[in-house]
Design a protein around this ligand. Sequence first.
Ligand SMILES: [Mn+2]
Length: 386
Amino acid sequence: MKIAHLADLHLGYRAYHRVTARGVNAREADVSGAFRQAIERVIALAPDLVLVAGDVFHTVRPSNSAIADAFRQFSLLAVSLPDVPVVVIAGNHDSPRSSDTGNILTLFREIPGVVVVAEEASAVHLEAVDASVLCLPHNALTAGGETLLEPDSRARHNVMMLHGTVGGSVAEQKLRYVSEYGGATVHDTQIGPQRWEYVALGHYHIATELAPNMWYAGGIERTSTNIWLEAGGPKGFLLYDTDTSRITFYPLDTREVLDLPRFSARGMTAAEVDEAIRTAVDGVTGGVAGKIVRQVITDLDRQRVRDLNHRRIREWKAAALHFHLDARPPEVRRVSASGAPLRRQTLDEQVENFLLREWEPISPLIQRDRLVSLGKQYLQRTGKDA
Ligand SMILES: [Mn+2]
């Protein structure tokens, strides 16, 4: 049996202020384009089963255009592969906190062949392929109470799909950073990948193997809170063949995101800093036009930021989809982070950690990543020790 495994589509994600010729946010259009490509590839691959491991939408209340887009693509998939079941679970991004809000994903149940599990853990039996898919959407993992994670002995194929963070020593080594907040954690011993033919994971945005038959598919575009951490690798989806235990990653054509190598401006004049930035930008193959680019410069105080060649920086900003010159002043005040003796937090990091981990947004419309970058901008403007 061949299983196509997609996750973290984040349809309706928006960032920056560029719009397409049709007035759509450029990044929303990118994500939509990546999904279109993914569906096209899946149709061409004609797997026996399609799994979507959560975060179909970026928000609990996506825009009408995002909903229409998703409906169109899932319908196309169903029409093109009429005998192939499609199982979708909800992730933390598309699960409302209150169950009476209702989940938009349930709309896709109207499409023949599409099964949606949005709230409770549920084993979906698929006659067509004689498979049982144990589905653990985000809310099933946060609801508390024990869910029995047992394969269905009557089914020929047993697959598990969950949206959350996997705990355990292997996962902790491989998931290099906690990129996604608000997810539930399941320990790998609870899952027991050896008991399943395949375990399809969603939530972590980089395609990652936790066991030969247990993978995060990663997102189809870069929509994490900190996209710079996923700048390097490709985005795409997976195809797992249960007969050969072989996994294949299918990369998608996505917009380039470049985190230029950071450097310290200690002891440099503004002109020298200018020169270093120019060298970095000139070194970008194909130039920065249309790309998402960041240059972090540490130990750069406000005075020298003011003296930079802003005309040229504006040109890069105009050419790129997003060009972020992230000038970080010398760190004067450092505070030890609790529970991490070797790690010292800067004020910037404290603000980031607070806004991302501790603070509860008062409205789902608040985009945490934008709030963090605003917070950092304000810190910088104080010209103090941010
Ligand atoms: Mn996600």
